[in-house]
Design a protein around this ligand. Structure first.
Ligand SMILES: [Zn+2]
Length: 522
């Protein structure tokens, strides 16, 4: 009983009150009366730690009792009441009495802290394995700032259901305690970071197991494990709490519609392609809730962009700041779509830096006769008398934008007005292509593979790739119907042989606003 009281007292002394945590649990699923009675009886005789509303702490804060490390066993220690991962690769498996260390449905809450450059994780439905990364079960990734070893670049951030549903945006800071909450019910697993839903995955039947090392990555049952990924990856865990749920807990969601795109998204994500659509507008009735629901269902992360420029709803720093504020705490990237060429004098460097990235296109410019035009509006273009002159001006403006404006991504690239589109392949001569490609590559601007216009063409993308350009996916949707799953981008990956190294993710290097912010107003 003394141990029970100790644990209870320790909880009260935690710096961030437990009371707040309770409010974040969604729809608690009742534990079966038999299990409750069973756990209660064991607790009373001191075999199990105390259960609080069905929650049971698996770590006694003093020892590695009930935990079994694999391979480099000295990589795990208890330091000041925390499980500390520090050393060469080892996984620490729970093998204590709670539920016989065999969990199917559960709620799990882990409080963790990752040091800079740390790769770690929490496995479930796994089984003890003496060496290597666990082949059975799933990993909830912990990685805020680890960039990978050798030539590999790790892009799956904290909260990812590793290889199946990846999080590409960094939501958690190093050296700060955070909560991972996993809710496993039937075929559905939800992952929350500090209360924010980042993964809501329902496994299809039969399950999709991406080609890779994890041959037994399907929902089953098993124990939990913590990861010490490699020497230099240092993590702390101060609580690993579980609330077992009945084996017959129903799946709360419908089975997903599995088609070729659904499979492609999982397999490409597993092989390190960042499955992010960076060009989404909350327009035409599309709501943030719909975007997030689609993101969870389809396995694509989205970047929500606001149009910033003359004649657009966002015309100054304050409006830009409000937009960024409105998306704080949401599982999306936050983007600035810069409009027209005036934007650089309308927004300050500081406001532009609030966004995860900035993109623009070359669809708005002023021609050599002083006429400002938006090239997708036929009335503003008029009849193009000299197609060659138009093309040369377009190339000149595109090169100017790529060279001088602080943008991370070039959107709607190589777009031509309707009256020229049928001659796209010939009007885009090799010489013109090379100018645009060279400007993009030398200025570190990624090329959007645009789903709406199906641009650039495959021949153009191959030339971009050969020159070392980086790519992104973008919908540029007008409403809910044309927010897609990067179908054209996936087609281009296959058709043009694009590799994961050919793709851009924000945070890979300094942002454009850091490199070229001097172009913006003070
Ligand atoms: Zn747009």
């Amino acid at each position: 009983m003394g141990a029970r009281r100790n644990i209870f007292r320790f909880r009260l002394e935690l710096p961030q009150g437990r009371g707040m945590l309770k409010g974040t649990y969604t729809k608690p699923v009742p534990t079966s009366p038999t299990r409750r009675a069973f756990i209660g009886a064991l607790s009373a005789i001191g075999c199990l730690p105390a259960a609080e509303n069905g929650w049971i702490e698996l770590f006694d804060r003093r020892s590695l009792e009930n935990w079994r490390p694999s391979e480099n066993k000295a990589s795990w220690k208890v330091v000041e009441g925390c499980l500390a991962a520090d050393g060469p690769r080892s996984h620490l498996f729970y093998h204590g009495p709670v539920n016989g260390a065999m969990f199917r449905n559960f709620e799990l809450e882990v409080e963790a802290l990752a040091r800079p450059g740390c790769n770690s994780g929490v496995y479930f439905h796994t089984a003890y394995q003496e060496t290597g990364f666990p082949e059975k079960g799933f990993e909830i990734q912990i990685n805020n700032t680890a960039t990978g070893e050798g030539s590999y670049r790790e892009r799956k951030k904290t909260g990812s259901l590793y290889g199946l549903r990846n999080v590409y945006r960094q939501f958690i800071a190093d050296d700060q305690w955070f909560r991972i909450h996993a809710l496993m019910r039937g075929k559905n697993v939800q992952i929350r970071l500090n209360g924010m839903l980042v993964v809501d995955y329902t496994e299809p039947t039969p399950p999709i197991i991406p080609a890779g090392g994890e041959r037994e990555r399907f929902l089953d049952r098993g124990t939990f494990a913590l990861q010490c990924h490699n020497n230099g990856s240092r993590a702390l865990f101060r609580s690993v709490r579980v609330r077992p749920l009945p084996d017959d807990t129903p799946t709360p969601t419908a089975a997903p519609q599995v088609d070729e795109t659904f499979r492609d998204i999982i397999n490409l994500g597993r092989h390190n392609y960042p499955m992010v659509d960076y060009h989404v507008h909350l327009k035409g009735g599309l709501t943030l809730e719909q975007v997030i629901a689609k993101s969870m269902r389809d396995g694509i992360e989205y970047g929500i962009a606001v149009n910033c420029g003359q004649g657009f709803p966002t015309e100054n720093d304050e409006a830009a700041r409000q937009f960024v504020e409105s998306l704080k705490g949401q599982p999306v990237f936050i983007a600035m779509q810069a409009e027209g060429r005036e934007w650089t004098q309308m927004f300050s460097r500081r406001a532009a830096a609030l966004f995860d990235y900035i993109f623009t296109d070359s669809m708005t410019w002023t021609d050599n006769h002083g006429r400002r035009m938006r090239t997708w509006i036929p009335e503003e273009i008029g009849t193009i008398a000299d197609q060659q002159e138009f093309m040369d001006t377009l190339v000149d403006r595109a090169v100017g934008i790529l060279s001088h404006e602080p943008i991370d991504i070039y959107a709607n690239p190589t777009y031509l007005p309707d009256q020229l589109a049928k001659d796209y392949e010939t009007l885009w001569t090799d010489a013109r292509r090379k100018k645009v490609i060279s400007a993009a590559v030398s200025n570190g601007v990624a090329i959007e593979i645009n789903n709406r216009y199906r641009l650039p063409s495959a021949s153009f993308i191959k030339m971009f790739k050969a020159a070392g350009a980086k790519f992104t996916f973008g919908s540029n949707n007008t409403g809910p119907e044309d927010l897609k799953r990067a179908e054209y981008g996936i087609q281009m990956i296959h058709e043009c042989g694009l590799t994961w190294q050919d793709f851009f993710v924000p945070g890979d290097g300094p942002k454009a606003v850091e490199r070229k912010g001097g172009a913006l107003k003070a």
